[in-house]
Design a protein around this ligand. Structure first.
Ligand code: ATP
Ligand code: MG
Length: 254
């Protein structure tokens, strides 16, 4: 079976500092993975390394059996920092302008308007795309940015904090829309987040980063006090609420 992502003792250094250390794991094609971890854990760095924007320092990193390289047309990317090109442009024009300006690894394929319209429809965002981008709420913008990342029929989708700054209801809505869309198309998706709860129903794996190291497995395997305490190198508690919600908190030293 082809792995979507394969890391072999991967190290990534930035400015002489080891950010990711000895990562070794495979992600099967079609997986939907929550990428979790504290601020500065290296989630965005991992995404940028997959895009070929940050170099591999040591070890190997391959996508669909090939070493990572810049400018792959089959990766859709929603960066954590999103720039606004022109607040008065309609959502539709904004998407096209952002694509042309940045080519976030999506390369230069000509994207048909039909493709954009089809994705907008699936995301329930056709009306939003007619409105000036600057007048949309954070959640509405997020939906349009998601549509943008979906263009070009990506095989891999890297969504860096797509749920940031959304209220809990919107988080679930965007998470569900994303889950349905990627599952229906068999896309492999990595979704970084600070809270697993809105994603719990849509992901089949969790990639947890902390202290430069990583653990990957099902949410049940990874979100446990012993696994996370080892990864953080300090006691961590994991609470399961009756609602099914999961909370990770610092534990008490023994
Ligand atoms: N270009 C850079 N040069 C030097 N250090 C960097 C650079 N980019 C990121 N870093 C550092 O690498 C570490 C990992 O950053 P990264 O943005 O990957 O974390 P993150 O897990 O995405 O965090 P957050 O949850 O805050 O988004 C941080 O300590 C950050 O300061
Ligand atoms: Mg980040």
């Amino acid at each position: 079976m082809t792995h979507a992502i394969s890391c072999q003792t991967l190290d990534v250094d930035l400015a002489g500092r080891r950010i990711l250390c000895g990562l070794s794991f495979h992600i099967p094609e079609g997986s939907i993975v929550a990428v979790l971890g504290p601020n500065g854990a290296g989630k965005s760095t991992f995404f940028r390394t997959l895009l070929g924007l940050t170099p591999v320092t040591r070890g190997a990193l391959s996508l669909f059996g090939q070493p990572v390289r810049r400018g792959r047309a089959d990766i859709g990317y929603l960066p954590q920092t999103r720039s606004m090109i022109g607040p008065r442009l309609t959502g539709r024009a904004h998407i096209m302008a952002t694509l042309e300006g940045n080519r976030w690894g999506l390369a230069s394929k000509k994207r048909s308007t039909e493709e954009l319209e089809a994705v907008l429809q699936e995301l329930n965002a056709t009306d939003l795309a007619d409105r000036p981008f600057g007048t949309l709420s954070g959640g509405e913008r997020q939906r349009l940015m998601l549509a943008q990342a979906m263009l070009g029929h990506p095989r891999l989708l890297l969504l860096d904090e797509p749920l940031a700054s959304l209220d809990p209801g919107r988080m679930r809505e965007v998470a569900e829309l994303t889950g349905n869309l990627v599952r229906a198309r068999g896309i492999t998706a990595l979704i970084s987040a600070h809270d697993i709860n809105p994603l719990i129903g849509i992901v089949d794996r969790v990639l947890y980063l902390a202290g430069g190291h990583a653990r990957i497995g099902t949410p049940d395997e990874i979100l446990t006090a012993p696994v996370l305490s080892r990864l953080y190198g300090t006691p961590v508690d994991v609470f399961h609420a009756p609602s099914g919600q999961i909370f990770v908190a610092p534990g008490r030293e023994a």
